[in-house]
Design a protein around this ligand. Structure first.
Ligand code: DLL
Length: 433
């Protein structure tokens, strides 16, 4: 098994927890001393940095939310003067002001290191040719993957997102071995490759490092088959660092969270109660090495569960399940909670259905209506009408069985659902609520 930093990745639990406690205490002291918002909240909760003496004391600290990031736009949560900040990123989200994050030189250094660690976990090494097709810019995907690949000593192709035919030519001519992009863009690349008459097996491409949006296991199988790669899931968020917060290992039983830099908890998103290991809930992360913008108990809104059991890869860091969605992406349709990822999993389990879909919500006479538009493959589309009707019925039935609500299914022509070069948008909520 190859590691980037075996000492840290395979640390005994005992030593890891000692390191975590020391780093947590430093983080809490610095946050209290230098970030007025944190100091105000801790004072209000009657907590002083000296009250944090065990890892269990983490639960005494107040949560931080995306709203607080916005209220402090742009630099209000920074714990260092701007002269120490060497990089700024931002994530837009769907509404309101973006979250703005800063990095000191050491933060960028740690991030590069964690991304190198992530790439090694996906089988990369110095000889790899890594095509970074995440967007470069304020989004953390492009530069995050780029610095990690360089730190590893691999050859980086800074392709950024878009210009799909050129992406494929680069793969052919430069012999890319790894592709880093969103899973939805990977599918689009596979589709364009097919249209160009290029067999993915003729390329050197062997591995995909895909993240930045939720994707189901069925989507993994689709991408692996269509692009002829082994697909790994990578997780991260700007507020905490960017990509590389957690990464799959070759055993793919969850994503190892880099616990020497981040503490993970799962809470009930409604009661905010910390849940025991294995429970599904909202992931809360505390950074313990970040200098420019330490995050104390940041509520990610991402829904997952943690597994601390031993992993055959030898890494001791806790694993998070594939993210099933964000609590704020959860659709409430006639009172029933529906996750787009659950719809995806059902659709992709049905033969003839393409991994392209759009969920459309309307409200008529105070009643929610959900339509799922689904692309079907060329051969099915040109089949008899009766077969299409049967498929339509089957999809509607399976969705109803799994989601427990009535869904209108509309089969649409191949390639009619918009493709994405970054994070896919798969829900159109036209209800005026
Ligand atoms: O998406 C960072 C990133 C870039 C991660 C490249 C992986 C690869 P943000 O734009 O701030 O940062 O969006 C963060 O994206 O809270 C999740 O909801 C979602 N997300 C990120 N990775 C995954 C994943 C980047 N592997 C938000 N699975 C997070 C599911 C993911 N959702």
């Amino acid at each position: 098994m190859a590691y980037w930093d075996q000492d840290k990745e395979c640390m005994s639990r005992d030593n890891l927890e000692k390191l975590q406690l020391r780093r947590l205490k430093e983080t809490v002291y610095r946050s209290y001393a230098f970030v007025p918002t944190y100091r105000g909240k801790m004072d209000a909760a009657g907590i002083k940095p000296d009250d944090i003496n065990t890892l269990g004391d983490l639960g005494k600290l107040p949560f931080t939310t995306k709203q607080e990031m916005r209220n402090n736009y742009p630099f209000g949560l920074f714990a260092v003067p701007m002269s120490e900040v060497v990089r700024i990123h931002a994530s837009s989200g769907t509404t309101g002001k973006p979250s703005v994050v800063g990095y000191t030189r050491r933060d960028v250094d740690n991030w590069a290191d964690l991304m190198a660690r992530s790439l090694v976990s996906c089988g990369a090494d110095k000889r790899s040719v890594i095509q970074v097709a995440y967007g470069y810019g304020l989004f953390t995907g492009g530069l995050g993957a780029h610095y990690g690949a360089e730190r590893l000593g691999a050859s980086v192709i800074p392709a950024s997102g878009g210009n799909t035919q050129r992406q494929i030519l680069l793969m052919q001519d430069f012999g890319s071995t790894h592709l880093a992009c969103t899973p939805s863009y990977a599918l689009f690349i596979a589709e364009v490759m097919h249209d160009m008459g290029i067999d993915p097996a003729s390329l050197k491409l062997k591995t995909g490092v895909f993240g930045a949006e939720p994707w189901s296991e069925n989507m993994r199988t689709e991408i692996e088959n269509k692009l002829n790669v082994e697909a790994y899931d990578i997780y991260g968020l700007s507020e905490i660092m960017g990509p590389g917060v957690a990464i799959e290992c070759p055993f793919k039983t969850g994503l190892h969270i880099a616990e020497d830099h981040f503490l993970a908890e799962i809470i009930d998103p409604v009661t905010e109660e910390v849940l025991p290991e294995g429970s599904m809930g909202e992931l809360v992360i505390t950074t313990i090495t970040k200098e420019a913008i330490p995050m104390v108990r940041y509520r990610t809104r991402d829904l997952t569960a943690l597994a601390a059991s031993e992993c055959p890869c030898g890494r001791t860091h806790v694993r998070m399940n594939k993210v099933m969605g964000r609590s704020d992406d959860m659709l409430i349709v006639r009172g029933v909670n529906v996750f787009p990822s659950a719809i995806e999993a059902v659709l992709l389990s049905i033969p003839g259905v393409e991994p392209h879909y759009m969920i459309i919500l309307e409200r008529q006479d105070n009643l929610d209506l959900m339509e799922v538009q689904v692309e079907v493959s060329e051969d099915i589309f040109s089949d008899e009408v009766r077969k299409l009707e049967d498929l339509n019925k089957r999809i509607a039935k399976e969705l109803e069985l799994n989601l427990l609500i009535n869904v209108k299914v509309r089969l649409v022509e191949p390639k009619s659902i918009p493709r994405s070069e970054g994070k896919a948008v798969r829900v159109k909520d036209n209800r005026k609520i």
